[in-house]
Design a protein around this ligand. Structure first.
Ligand code: AP5
Length: 223
């Protein structure tokens, strides 16, 4: 299964991507998580990209493409992947398509998670994430059982630096300018699958399984 989850910040890409990756037995490739890990480890890439992420701007394409290329070259990605947050610009999407085509491959689908603007701001302001296992919470809609602690591994939950309202607004503007054009790009390629994502997580997930299970069966023979 080779899948991309597309959607504005807060659309629920991370919430759904991990579950889909487990269901289809492929790695979850989140460029946001990878970049945050570089930041925490203080790698040269992490130092170069921190200011873009903190201000809500995109990291330059060449840095992202190099990082993704390295990730896709690992053995587990031969089976496929669920990409979350990549591609995010037209040059990234074009380069990704060329990379796959040069290996005789293509994406199986691109899911667009659609959510109204105001709901996105509320979701992100109240999001908390587990630094240990990556679980995602919402303080009102999906609170952890114990205040401030991850249900799965007990880690202290974090409030992401870019989840402050002024940075969220900037990220949404950047999405509108630089990532929204990918909707047309993938629509023209016949790959776009729209999912109303302003509904409860479980209903969205059920729709995703219904749409994606047949794609996964078809892509099985090209692994
Ligand atoms: P990244 O980490 O990719 O952030 P993002 O795209 O802004 O997306 P988010 O992680 O904020 O949201 P999400 O859609 O995953 O929502 P989630 O499931 O968490 O990128 C961060 C930064 O890295 C970028 O700004 C950029 O600088 C850089 N970067 C990353 N990739 C790049 C690239 N390819 N090129 C250049 N730069 C790049 O859910 C959000 C909240 O909503 C949670 O609280 C959750 O519990 C809740 N929620 C989820 N679903 C529902 C639902 N159905 N109903 C109610 N609440 C819900």
């Amino acid at each position: 299964m080779r899948l991309v989850l597309l959607g504005a910040p807060g659309a629920g890409k991370g919430t759904q991507a991990g579950v889909l990756a487990r269901r289809y037995d492929v790695p979850h490739i989140s460029t946001g998580d990878m970049l945050r890990e570089h930041g925490q480890l203080g790698t040269p890439l992490g130092r170069k990209t921190a200011r873009f992420m903190q201000s809500g701007h995109l990291v330059p394409d060449d840095l992202v493409l190099e990082m993704v290329e390295e990730r896709l070259a690992r053995a587990d990605a031969r089976r496929g992947f669920v990409c979350d947050g990549f591609p995010r610009t037209l040059p990234q999407a074009e380069s990704f398509a060329q990379r796959l085509a040069s290996r005789g491959l293509a994406l199986d689908g691109v899911v667009l998670l659609e959510v109204p603007f105001q709901a996105l701001i509320r979701r992100l302001c109240l999001r908390r994430v587990c630094p240990g296992c990556g679980a995602v919470y919402h303080l009102e809609d999906r609170p952890p059982r114990q205040v401030g602690r991850c249900d799965a591994d007990g880690s202290v939950l974090l409030h992401r630096e870019d989840d402050r309202e002024e940075v969220i607004r900037e990220r949404l503007e950047v999405y509108h300018q630089q990532t929204a054009p990918l909707v047309e790009f993938y629509e023209e390629a016949g790959l776009l699958l729209r999912v109303d994502s302003a509904r409860p997580v479980e209903l969205i997930r059920a729709d995703l399984y219904e749409i994606l299970d047949p794609l996964s069966e078809r892509s099985g023979d090209t692994r």
